[in-house]
Design a protein around this ligand. Structure first.
Ligand SMILES: Cc1cc2nc3c(=O)[nH]c(=O)nc-3n(C[C@H](O)[C@H](O)[C@H](O)COP(=O)(O)OP(=O)(O)OC[C@H]3O[C@@H](n4cnc5c(N)ncnc54)[C@H](O)[C@@H]3O)c2cc1C
Length: 431
């Protein structure tokens, strides 16, 4: 007779492990399936992990988890070809508990987190691919795996299998995502002596810094590049909408090379040695692209449910919160001994009510708006750089004259009106 569990969770990323941990802690018999050699072995992240959502699951996790550096400074760079306007916030309140966020390397972090779920009683099985859901009378009752005699059964199956979620697709919950709903990101982990990192980024001890890079880094395509500090390595990456890469006929690794060689970025990377090269899709369709996430005996969480806030580079936190909310809905369903779609729907309701649903709703039109109007990147960021250069160059011209020149540089009255209209539109989609 095939094995039966209370719950099967497919995928040991932040969403699946958060769900498995919460269920196992409540005494539920959970099977956590992972296709990789170990959790994290196939996972990619820029690497900022948000403290709050992780601490809701494991209080003071940072005392033992393999975090790299607490972030004390967040810089934002508006890049032109040979210049950058940069602003930042640095706050030492972020260098002590409760902290704000940390850089992590997913290969280490996911493994540690999954071990915690195992300690609570979850059964983790690695190197096992869930091929499809087993459906009986319209209800999901288990999964078929690639192991011999690999059918396993459960009252509920949680799909935490990441951005493409082939399992949710095979249930008809979503179609193939369009190129304007996903970003393709490539990144490298570059080894660098920790003392050099601290000197180069103006950090003391374990403090960390993140730099988000906009403008010329993506050659006009909607997206961002980033440079983050780990203990003794840097993460450099660039992610752009797949539709933009196709339209501009640019290969992602060429874009990453361009970022690395950019005169504003190159000095940060001197003396580094490549440790890893990674590529992954990011679901950026947001609220409008959310698939069906509840069915009879099945829930969809994390990237598989398109839960990423691309504007604020948040994904791992949304994944964890969705995993916890799914677990809570399952616990309620167990009490009622009812695993129907109607009973499990409290997951969807609570998710949409939480910061996850609210933030996705807030920015629901932002990505498409900025993709439709590339001049935000192509025109306005260079304009901002020219204005800064003009204002800060001391050449004997009065500041009044400089202001007039900047104003002239913006263009005709019609151009100024257009900018005002664009800024208003940007405010509308971000408000
Ligand atoms: C380049 C990049 C940078 C990012 N930067 C950030 C950041 O700085 N901060 C942030 O919060 N978020 C970031 N994100 C988003 C974040 O990584 C995701 O939102 C988050 O990992 C989603 O977690 P998840 O558990 O839903 O999916 P995943 O982390 O993708 O985990 C899915 C798991 O399922 C497994 N799996 C898949 N299919 C199967 C199957 N059929 N059978 C068994 N196992 C399966 C996979 O191996 C994997 O372990 C970034 C993403 C990328 C790609």
């Amino acid at each position: 007779m095939a094995e039966k569990f209370d719950v099967i969770v497919v995928g040991a990323g932040p969403a699946g492990t958060a769900c498995a941990y919460t269920l196992a802690k409540a005494g539920v018999n959970v099977l956590l399936l992972e296709r990789g050699e170990y959790p994290g072995s196939k996972n990619v992240m820029g690497g900022v992990l948000y403290r709050k959502m992780m601490e809701d699951i494991i209080p003071e996790f940072y005392k033992e988890a393999p975090v790299e550096r607490p972030i004390v400074e967040q810089r934002f760079m508006m890049l032109d070809k040979e210049s950058a306007v940069t602003f930042s916030y640095k706050g030492l309140e972020w260098n002590q508990p409760p902290y704000n966020n940390f850089t992590v390397l997913r290969a280490k972090f996911d493994q540690w987190f999954a071990d915690k779920a195992v300690q609570q009683g979850a059964l983790l099985v690695n190197e096992t691919v869930a091929l499809e859901c087993i459906v009986e009378d319209g209800k999901v009752v288990g999964v078929r795996t690639d192991r011999p005699d690999g059918d396993v059964y459960a009252d509920v199956v949680v799909l935490a299998d990441g951005v493409n979620s082939l399992l949710a697709k095979s249930l008809g919950f979503h179609k193939e995502f369009r190129p304007d709903e996903v970003a393709l990101a490539v990144m490298e982990v570059l080894k660098l002596d920790r003392k050099i990192i601290e000197d180069r980024f103006n950090l003391e001890g374990d403090q960390g810094c993140t730099i988000e890079i906009f403008g010329d880094a993506t050659k006009g395509i909607l997206g961002t590049a980033w440079l983050y500090t780990n203990k003794d390595s840097l993460n450099i990456g660039v992610g752009t909408m797949l539709s933009g890469l196709i339209k501009h006929k640019i290969k992602p690794y060429e874009l990453l090379e361009y970022v690395k060689q950019h005169p504003m970025i190159r000095p940060y990377l001197q003396g580094t040695e490549q440790q890893e090269y990674l590529a992954h899709l990011i679901p950026e369709g947001g609220y409008n692209s959310m698939p069906q996430i509840v069915g009879d005996g099945v829930l969809v969480v994390g990237d598989a449910a398109q839960l990423v806030n691309a504007i604020h580079r948040e994904g791992s936190n949304m994944a964890m919160t969705s995993g916890v909310l799914a677990a809570e809905a399952i616990l309620r369903a167990r009490e009622a001994n009812d695993f129907s779609k109607t009973m499990l729907d409290s997951y969807r309701v609570n998710l949409l009510d939480s910061f996850v649903g609210q933030d996705l709703k807030k920015y629901k039109d932002a990505t498409h708006h900025f993709e439709k109007f590339p001049h935000y990147i192509e025109k306005y960021i260079p304009m901002m750089n020219r204005a800064a250069s003009q204002m800060f160059t001391v050449d004997g011209a009065s500041k009044w004259e400089k202001q007039k020149k900047i104003w002239r540089d913006i263009g005709s009255a019609g151009d100024k009106l257009k900018i005002a209209r664009d800024l208003f539109q940007a405010w509308r989609v971000m408000k």
